[in-house]
Write a protein that binds this ligand. Structure first.
Ligand SMILES: Cc1cc2nc3c(=O)[nH]c(=O)nc-3n(C[C@H](O)[C@H](O)[C@H](O)COP(=O)(O)O)c2cc1C
Length: 142
């Protein structure tokens, strides 16, 4: 059974920022090697990331992510086992989005609350479809 972890954090740099690409490149390389999938969103204020895969691989990625000084105030919205991966075709999707809906949802989302986390994941899926063209190259060949 796959494990999922959804967290949000506050970006240190302005939006967009060249380091966003560096984060994406590293995340993609490390996560794909571990068979993980997921999606990273950068807004003018926040990062929002869903990680999916084996629990121990997610723990290892989170240890790296937590000590990264390009973001602050990391809050875990959800972690737990999932029936199936939400982004099974995405080794690491990425969207840079200036979308008030998302920043507002993140500001008000409680920590460790499955219901509001699933609403955020549904919003991420919707946005990933809207932006499908622009991240096709991060999508797994299937
Ligand atoms: C918002 C954000 C998301 C990140 N997501 C991941 C990730 O999913 N996987 C990962 O390995 N590193 C991620 N990183 C990067 C790590 O913090 C770290 O820089 C990187 O893993 C170091 O990789 P290395 O030890 O292979 O050099 C993220 C960093 C930030 C700021």
């Amino acid at each position: 059974m796959p494990h999922q972890l959804l967290y949000g954090s506050v970006a240190v740099h302005t939006f967009p920022h060249p380091s966003d690409f560096e984060i994406l490149r590293k995340s993609h390389a490390n996560n794909a090697a571990a068979g993980m999938t997921g999606f990273l969103i950068r807004t003018p204020v926040h990062f929002l990331q869903l990680l999916e895969g084996k629990k121990e691989d997610i723990d290892a990625a989170m240890a790296r992510i937590q000590s990264d000084d390009r973001h602050l105030s990391l809050r875990v919205f959800y972690r737990g086992d999932a029936e199936e991966r939400a982004f099974r075709n995405w080794e690491m999707g990425f969207a840079g989005l200036d979308d008030d809906r998302l920043d507002e949802a993140m500001r008000t989302a409680p920590e460790n609350d499955a219901e509001s986390a699933f609403a955020l994941i549904a919003l991420m899926k919707e946005l990933s479809k809207e932006r499908h063209q622009s991240h096709a190259r991060w999508q797994k060949a299937s």
